[in-house]
Design a protein around this ligand. Sequence first.
Ligand code: NAD
Ligand code: TYD
Length: 337
Amino acid sequence: MKKILVTGGAGFIGSNYVNHILNERDDYYIVNIDKLTYAGNLENLSSLANHPRHVFVRGDIANRELVNYLFEKYELDHVINFAAESHVDRSIIGSYEFFRTNVLGTNILLETARKFKVKKFLQISTDEVYGSLGKEGLFTEGTPLSPNSPYSSSKAGADMMVSSFYHTYGMPVVTTRCSNNYGPFQFPEKLIPLMILNALSNKELPVYGDGMNVRDWIYVIDHNKAINLVFEQGKDGEVYNIGASNELPNIEIVKLILSKLNKSESLIKYVQDRLGHDRRYAIDSSKIQSELGWKPEFTFEKAIDYTVNWYLSNEKWWKNIISGEYQSYYEKQYGKK
Ligand code: NAD
Ligand code: TYD
């Protein structure tokens, strides 16, 4: 039995991972630590109530005593670190929590994992650490790190620390860098769910700048399958890019969502651009494809339909969210735009 500390497993990607992997594998025992920030939601884990191989712990990865206690109590031998402050716009409003969780929290996990001699430490990172592309080219694992936002710089800091623990101590670490995800349980501060929910409520759809910034979209289940392949078979000290070669300008996504929901494009509102807005992300995932045999299984057409339908059928889930802290965030972020 692998005894795995999964961090941030009540957030979007982490909860999809835990839900998926406990169904797939009967040799994984998961201790899921999550601080339940605004982005963490126990409803994302409701299908695991009383699951014999899942323990949820509300806690902070930057709490050294707690992390140490969990390693001891559950004899943990693997770590998958999803926990992070993850939203660029929030990092522009204030960056302290980003560095506290993403850098200091990762440091505490790494130090404790080293003390307990874990067999694998998987760092979940992002393509945003590479910075921004022009019209041409793709991010490879060899692209120099050049993060532009407080969020991406905190992730790059963590990535470099993870790599240093391999070089210095020979720790069995591995890092994944994925492009933009979408799918069920994504917090509606991110582009796709925000646009779906605004359209459903006939609210304006705030498109930053000229709407021509490009992101490379991947369905969350494809990301999670790649994560598990890297977790099981990735080479220590290596980085693996993950992406589904699905580049789209933001405005096209927004228009597609409106058409799927039979809403008018007059809801689109071009607003003041994000500060330091990265123009284009695009991933070269040939390394994970050729070395580990991964490839994406979901087409964008199919998975975006599934995602829109998920939000349509899970109104209770998102109504709970938008009635809380989200309102004051939304007002702060979009009120003056
Ligand atoms: P999310 O914001 O939905 O979830 C993050 C989770 O971490 C939340 O449940 C939150 O409560 C928890 N958390 C935050 N601070 C914590 C702390 N100090 N201690 C314990 N738990 C804490 O984020 P996500 O979109 O699911 O992203 C997960 C990971 O994947 C992040 O590391 C992110 O950088 C990375 N990533 C995300 C994307 C994307 O498109 N969303 C793409 C590539 C990589
Ligand atoms: P986002 O989902 O925040 O992901 P990231 O910035 O990490 O790539 O944003 C995706 C793209 O959508 C990005 O170019 C910014 C843009 N965007 C808008 O135009 N309007 C919005 O309200 C949001 C949240 C994002």
